[in-house]
Design a protein around this ligand. Sequence first.
Ligand code: ATP
Ligand code: MG
Length: 512
Amino acid sequence: MEYVIEMNHITKVFGNFKALDDVTLCVGKGEIHALLGENGAGKSTLMSILFGLYQAESGEIKINGKPAKINNPNDANNLSIGMVHQHFKLVHNFTVLESIVLGRETVKGGFLKMEEARKRIMDLSNHYRLKIDPDAYISDITVGMQQRVEILKMLYCNNDILIFDEPTAVLTPQEIEELMKIMKNLVDEGKSIIFISHKLNEIKAVANRCTVLRKGKFIGTIDVETATKEEMSEMMVGRKINFHLDKPELKTGEVTLEVKNLTVVSRSSHKNIVNDVSFQVRKGEIVCIAGIDGNGQSELVYGITGLIPIQSGKVTLNGKDITKESIRKKCMDGLAHIPEDRHKHGLVLDYNLQENIVLQTYFEPRFQNKGMIRFNAVREYARKLIDQYDIRSGQGEDSIVRDMSGGNQQKVIIARELDRNPDIVIAVQPTRGLDIGATEYIHKQLINQRDKGKAVLLVSLELDEVMEVSDRILVIYEGEIVADLDPKTVSVQELGLYMSGSKRSIQHEKEA
Ligand SMILES: Nc1ncnc2c1ncn2[C@@H]1O[C@H](COP(=O)(O)OP(=O)(O)OP(=O)(O)O)[C@@H](O)[C@H]1O
Ligand SMILES: [Mg+2]
């Protein structure tokens, strides 16, 4: 096989932590090569070395058979290597268009020639069906669109070697289908792709070969076609994974969370993005809000948790009206939130792990004495959660959260929210970016909450997750709840009909 990339014996150390230990990766020309490994296995680090963001301590890189020294991303670009990062590196107060041309501006007589760039970008956007709004600000668009912007940015540079670091983690099932097609088109056009994903179905669907890493070590490279999902996951975690979830019988109690006639108006379109929504979540049940991305589920959660103002409606928790309470008060009243955008709403990235663990509890007597933080107590508590939730990072409780792997950042939030022993957990895409083992663990934790008699409101775009974890499915379409379904009796196809608006079983009260 002719290799476009050879990374041989790569070792990378952070402080006294070995993130990569003698790793080898060889990518053939015109292939889609998957990179698989648990959260923190070193996938992004390996790609950052290839892209010139980090330097390896030892090892060599060859591009098209020639030894290459990649000192920075410009060197990578010159070698025709492009990368879509796991956590986007977009400038928030730039528009979509500005973000894509950044670094590749066409200039004439000292002035930016944006019109040419706009045309090329819109052509690419149409050609690859990556829908964007060129004039929207990055700060206002969904993570799905940010992802498309990153992909377009890479295509705009016309690179031959494309690195996709978990592109599907933030996309909807429909968008994932599209992306798979795009990737296949790109290799047909002669490009080579490295594709990182935790979803074995996706790897099965597009990749030719797959390299597996475990805890910074190279485990092997396999042919995807002949390998089974079980084999791949066993290589990855070193044990067998149970793909089936055990769920004891449902025992519901009183109403924990009640949402009544909630309406949220969109800041940009001034339409009701959440329109007169009412539902209840009882003790001991997991209610899932299912829907295609952008149908108001994010705003519904923001409205309940207090992240954006609501137009009208009422939210009660254990019979108490919490609609107008502060976020801290809501937390203290028993509301926990695992947010959709973990960087924006879930973590303070430049704080360390232990500081992030006590963000909502640092003022409690167990962590504070006469206005002084009890650092030892915080440290001890963080260590307990790190152990319990298997949070992996280089420096334990002192790790700066920004430097942690994506999946482990997510585990920090989950540990913090669940350990507060809340009455209701609102979990939005809680397993986004988590490896198979961690996903299994989180699902068990949510089911555990339910079995303890707590309420769970799950918002998920992943149908497998919706079907497997929930006790009841509320389908949201264009800001309205259109169906209340039992996952035991509804089929995925039927669910799809409700989600796409072709069917509805709950009429809008005001119309009925
Ligand atoms: N700049 C850094 N400083 C210190 N430690 C780091 C840094 N970057 C990465 N690490 C550590 O290296 C390890 C590998 O991280 P990496 O981001 O490569 O994992 P990953 O395989 O991409 O995981 P995920 O699937 O969660 O994205 C992690 O334990 C992480 O904490
Ligand atoms: Mg990563």
